[in-house]
Ligand binder design. Sequence first.
Ligand code: B12
Ligand code: SF4
Length: 446
Amino acid sequence: MKLNDHPTVKRYNERKASATLPATPLKLTARELREMCLESGTDDVGFVEITRPSLADQKADILNLFPWTRTLISLAGRLNRENLRSPARSIASLELHQVEERLIHAARTLATALERKGVRASTPAPGFPMEADQWGCGKMHVVSHKPIAVAAGLGKMGLHRNVIHPVFGSFVLFNTVLIDAEVDEYDSPLDYNPCLDCKLCAAACPTGAIGPDGFFHPVNCLTHTYRELIGGFTDWVENVADSKNSIDYRSRTSDAETVSMWQSLAYGPCYKSVYCLAVCPAGDEVIPQYLEDKKAFIEAVVRPFQQKTETVYVLPGSDAESHVLCKFPHKKIKRVGNGIRPSSVASFLHSMPLAFQRHRSEGLGATYHFTFSGIEEVEATVVIKDKSIKIERGHAGVADVRIYADAKTWLRVLRKETSMLKQILLRRIRIKGPLKLFKAFGKCFA
Ligand code: B12
Ligand code: SF4
């Protein structure tokens, strides 16, 4: 049979001749698209063109995977407040899973409807699954929903580094649908920030990851909140592998922790804290309770999280550990690993600001010149001053300490596969300058 005689091809040619095939590229009206989004089960929506300058840093990544993208549809899913405010982790986690599921379903329903209209549409996950093979060497998530939601006018970043919706406040999750059609009207960012700068999120965060000055420490947050996810799971597996027998395993992991890990695997992850969202009074729907009686709000909403007796997971010697000891002495500290270990010198340099424990660097002011050789030949300058860190490629300024290292050996030390002292004695790592300053450098990274 010739291709043109095939029934499917014949039907295609007939539809083409009668012009019932949609013309491309399509232009959708914002009104019609908004209605479709709300019908699919989302609570709010906004549209952004792929060329929006505020999204320039993720445009290449998006186009690499979806070269046909013209418009980004940001979908918002409202979270029920009292579930998120419950100190019971099972209740708050279930609320997050349910809204995430709803956003996945809504995005897919919308994509199906759009595809039937001849519009190409793709729906990356709101959270998981992610590109897990990128763990330790790049960005695991396909799309960053927060900047898209901000560009789409669905909210602004609060002190806690989450997007606050003008009505739902912090009780909101986001998803994004990518389409190949243009929309006749795009949305603009909000002209104000719903964040009140009340700093309740900083007061409630058990790890101190949210600073009252706006500093955010993603790694200290992840080590606790994600104890049963990604890197926390890796650390648990290694504990199993390192245990000599069941008694040794039980000395490392309590029965409750083992059961909790099973529960996370079977029913979706248990987030150890979402306190920053739960205590936030911002947003039209949320603010009345706060404005009517601020003291009562703090007693009813913030205090239960602060008073909760619970285990807080910290990196040994981190700012999070000092924070728990100082602010929440009644909480139990458990020193753990978080599975984050650089796989290259490039990722070591990239991840350094994320791992930097600023309070541990107090009083330190020094410039470090790194020279890596072997599998990666890289020069870099690290300046630690005034509790902040700056990294640049090449050697800049005058070095207080110069570090020469075989790249592979340096990574093995970071991965705790060999000791720094041994490698210094073997001269695979050489330090020029005061050893005291080199030790102080190490202390800044728990
Ligand atoms: C990575 C990530 C995290 C990381 C980093 C958080 C962060 N602020 O970026 C960790 C594990 C700490 C985290 C924790 C939480 N997250 Co989260 N997370 C994401 C994810 C996958 C990407 C975030 C992103 O775009 N970052 C880039 C830019 C925009 O963020 P930024 O704050 O300007 O910059 C930070 C990051 O670049 C980060 N970073 C860069 N590289 C790396 C590498 C690693 C390993 C880490 C840890 C961080 C990191 O460091 C920067 C400094 O803070 C999104 C889902 C998605 N696909 O978008 C959800 C998302 C941001 N998370 C969300 C939520 C709800 C949470 C939690 C409450 C816990 C939970 N249940 O998941 C906490 C809240 C912590 C907080 N106060 O921010 C929601 C936020 C909703 C909202 N209203 O804004 C999102 C949008 C998921 C969703 N679909 O709704 N999250
Ligand atoms: S709790 Fe207060 S400071 Fe923190 S994000 Fe909400 S409004 Fe802003």
